[in-house]
Design a binder for this molecule. Structure first.
Ligand code: T4K
Length: 405
């Protein structure tokens, strides 16, 4: 984690320019020694992949941390979701949000299935239960909801809907490592949950992912599928693939898991600094979790209201980039408007909330790689851009930036 710079008085001061790029979800790199000592072990044992001891240990430790029966690691989150789709034998149509990462839609389309894009709620940006209900049909084989921004989807309502329809509910928990829902951690809900451990996630293994489930048979099936369908040496019982995690990736996961409490605390401090800093900036609305207790604080999604802020979301993004604040437009456009899906659904589909949010959303740099001082500098920059463009009279100087002229 980056240390905050303080002056002689011990007070952190807000920099007027941001000299180093601030990335959205820059990977945490906190426990180098924990990683290197495990790397030495791997090197000496010369066991590099194929369900090695580090992978087994990480599966055990993650299941314990999440309080779930089984954790099956995979080479990345997309591969993990693919294993699950195949293990459950899904076919036909699957309902999922258009406002999420496009990976799951791709998995379905590649399997000749139909992604049925569902709208979201304007407050939480998560799957609308009401719209999902409208979209269910006899051909629907599952619902895959995302815990967007690391906050739980409407778990109980979706579960009731899927139970009534007799179909499995799956959660894309890629954003939600470390989030609680009531007394339980995310990872224990639905038929199964799927995590991404990509470098940009709160908890990561460089690249990686996992399926978590309470169902032993499902876990066993997933293990077979990720290893070409092998059940024994020379025995292949089903058609499978290669979605295995290597030992080096698992070693990084074990090192990060050792530091997870400090990573989570640093992440929360950064989010709370944004809560304070963005409060007074007109035209920027921090999309907050429904419950402060049910978030991992990792994502800092902000909606830009052009009329009140003074510039469009896209102009603001480009100005921030030129000032070293590398914000992202996650998730713009909605999957239904990406070329491969637009070609299929065209204008036949109406997802007004998805369109509204995706045209205004901007994700600010968050997570424990930042300092509170970084956040104060970002908020101060946002304030100055707003004041300049909303023509409030007070115009502190910005660095040379043609975009602001
Ligand atoms: N479901 C959801 C809801 C997801 O968000 C994702 C992945 C998945 C499923 C699928 O899981 P995986 O199969 O990926 O495990 C990134 C990630 O590649 C992707 O994992 C992630 N979501 C998606 C939202 O973002 P890009 O193309 O935006 O990544 P990139 O390279 O622009 O990096 C993002 C930011 O991180 C930049 O600000 C730069 C910074 N960065 C990135 C890397 C890789 C670093 O500072 N260091 C690095 O090493 O896709």
């Amino acid at each position: 984690m980056r240390k905050s710079k303080k002056d002689g008085s011990g007070k952190a001061h807000v920099a007027s320019t941001i000299n180093e790029p601030l990335y959205v979800n820059r990977p945490v790199a906190v426990n180098k020694q924990g990683f290197l000592s495990r790397f030495d072990e791997i090197w000496d044992a010369r066991w590099f992949t194929n369900d090695g001891p580090m992978v087994q240990e990480l599966e055990h430790e993650l299941a314990k941390y999440l309080g779930v029966g089984h954790c099956v690691l995979a080479s990345n989150g997309t591969a993990a979701m693919g294993l699950l789709i195949d293990a459950l034998g899904l076919g036909g149509k699957v309902v999922l949000p258009a406002f999420t990462f496009v990976s799951t839609a791709h998995l379905l389309a590649l399997r000749r299935m139909e992604p049925v894009f569902c709208d979201i709620y304007p407050d939480g940006h998560d799957l609308s239960v009401e719209h999902c209900q409208e979209l269910l049909s006899d051909e629907t084989s599952a619902v895959i909801a995302t815990h967007i921004w690391g906050r739980p989807a409407k778990i109980e309502s979706l579960q009731a809907l899927c139970d009534e329809a007799g179909i499995p509910l799956i959660f894309d928990a890629a954003h939600a490592f470390g989030t609680r829902h009531g007394e339980r951690m995310i990872g224990r809900f639905g038929r199964a949950e799927v995590f991404s451990f990509h470098a940009t996630k709160l908890f990561h293994t460089f690249e990686g992912g996992a399926v978590t489930t309470e169902c032993s048979e499902l876990a066993e099936r997933l293990r077979q599928l990720r290893n070409f369908g092998f059940t024994e040496y020379d025995q292949v019982d089903c058609i499978g693939t290669n979605a295995k995690m290597s030992e080096v990736h698992a070693a990084m996961g074990l090192a990060n898991l050792e530091s997870i409490e400090s990573i989570m605390m640093g992440t929360r401090d950064v989010y709370e600094a944004y809560e304070r800093g963005l409060r007074s900036i007109e035209g920027l609305t921090l999309a907050r979790p429904r419950s402060k207790a049910e978030t991992n604080n990792y994502y800092v999604p902000v909606l830009v209201d052009e009329a009140k802020f003074g510039v469009t979301r896209d102009k603001l993004v480009s100005v921030l980039h030129s000032e070293n604040v590398l914000v992202r437009r996650y998730f713009y456009p909605g999957s239904h408007r990406l070329a491969p899906y637009k070609a299929i659904v065209g204008d036949m589909i109406s997802l007004p909330v998805t369109d509204f949010v995706s045209e205004r959303i901007m994700v600010l740099p968050g997570g424990a790689s930042l300092t509170v001082e970084d956040v104060e500098a970002v908020c101060s920059l946002l304030e100055r851009i707003h004041l300049k463009h909303a023509d409030k009279g007070d115009r502190p100087p910005l660095s040379d930036n043609p975009g602001l002229g």
